[in-house]
Design a protein around this ligand. Structure first.
Ligand code: CP3
Length: 343
């Protein structure tokens, strides 16, 4: 028997009044869960996200286990790139590794176009299955062009993005062609997820904080405006998230997005104080999940008090859950957030 649909998260995305503050967690499906680790013994990462029934099961797990107000599709920001000619692997303990990094105009022109129906039918099928099973909204997602570029240009995770920025500064035409290809991919992929039934989408621009405001405006803002303008036509809420991107918030506030996801370096109150009037999502430092419960509770309460000062707030972490976090901590945290914010 299905529970009534919980639309608290979607209401918050639209800045409507909610009976309590909704919560979900980035990387809420992952290796911190014993059930995930068990399944991962049987399947590779990409098998888990591309066998529809397995993807649906992993996506549902944190909803059942933690009681969160939204599900996020189990896949990766790198998933669609495999289908446009990027040879990639997710290496344990490292992350995405690319065999044929993109450096030249020819490399960019060799990248194909994504057709979600042809390339990713299993992901669309998983979304359809989830829509029948879930009683909370399903968040679809994709990587943003800069963050995707940071992997496919560097060839692996990077700390300083020298090659990526080097390409951007030294070959702006190649860079813009790459941004256009990746921007179109993001739009097509997310529109496919929305058509299949995703209730909201998040665009992960995790590494964008590496750019200053000037370079963001020149090299990245145009493609982001294009993406968000296209997504706006679908009518579903759009979330834009980045790490260490507090200095870009004024720029982001000018983009046609509904929700801005921030990390722990910028407080909710200071973001609002700077005139950021989008719905805000965040921003507990995930490392705090290793702290004693009293400290977790204190810091969470401080964030919630700020969030509740104005409508339009969704609780989340400032970045993803990592493997050493305990399931019980997140269970307690979710209940605490719901209890503390009930009005
Ligand atoms: O539960 C969810 O949040 C949905 C699934 C999801 C994954 N990755 C699963 C995953 C989402 C939304 C992502 C986004 C993602 N992937 C981002 C943006 C968010 C962020 O964390 O900054 C980025 C940069 C990636 C790229 C990526 N994928 C990295 C760096 C890694 C390895 C990191 C690590 O923890 O080892 C991955 C692999 C990955 N993606 C795993 C999961 C659960 C671990 C894979 C495994 O089981 O071995």
């Amino acid at each position: 028997m299905n529970k009534p649909f919980n639309d608290v998260f979607l209401k918050a995305c639209r800045k409507e009044r909610t009976p309590y503050i909704p919560v979900w967690y980035m990387r809420q499906a992952g290796r911190y869960q014993p059930e995930y680790r068990e399944m991962r013994k049987k399947y590779s990462f990409f098998e888990m996200s591309e066998i529809p029934e397995v993807c649906a099961e992993v996506t549902r797990l944190p909803v059942k286990q933690l009681g969160v107000d939204a599900a996020i599709l189990f896949a990766d920001i790198m998933t669609p790139l495999k289908h446009i000619g990027v040879q990639l692997e997710i290496k344990p303990g490292i992350g995405p590794v690319i065999e044929n990094p993109i450096h030249t105009e020819q490399d960019v022109s060799r990248l194909g176009e994504l057709d979600p129906q042809t390339h990713l039918p299993t992901i669309l099928e998983a979304i359809k299955i989830l829509n029948q099973q879930l009683s909370v909204p399903l968040i679809g997602f994709a990587g943003a062009p800069f963050t995707l570029a940071s992997y496919i240009v560097e060839g692996q995770p990077s700390k300083n993005y020298h090659k990526t920025k080097g390409l951007m500064y030294s070959a702006p035409d190649v860079w813009n062609a790459l941004m256009k290809k990746l921007g179109d991919l993001t739009v097509t992929y997310l529109k496919g997820q929305i058509a299949a039934g995703a209730h909201a989408v998040q665009v992960f621009d995790s590494w964008i904080g590496a750019l200053n405001e000037q370079d963001y405006k020149i090299y990245v803002a145009p493609v982001m405006r294009h993406i968000f303008t296209e997504l706006k036509t679908t009518g579903v809420p759009v979330i834009y998230f980045g790490i260490g991107a507090g200095h870009l918030l004024e720029e982001w506030n000018r983009l046609p997005v509904d929700v801005i996801g921030i990390d722990w370096r910028t407080s909710i109150r200071s973001a609002r104080g700077r005139g950021i009037d989008k719905v805000l999502q965040g921003n507990l430092d995930p490392s705090l999940l290793l702290a004693p419960w009293e400290l977790i509770k204190q810091r969470t309460r401080e964030i919630l008090d700020q969030g509740m000062e104005e409508p339009g707030y969704i609780f989340n972490l400032g970045h993803g859950i990592f493997p050493s976090v305990k399931v019980e901590t997140l269970q307690k945290l979710t209940s605490f957030i719901h209890e503390y914010t009930k009005r």
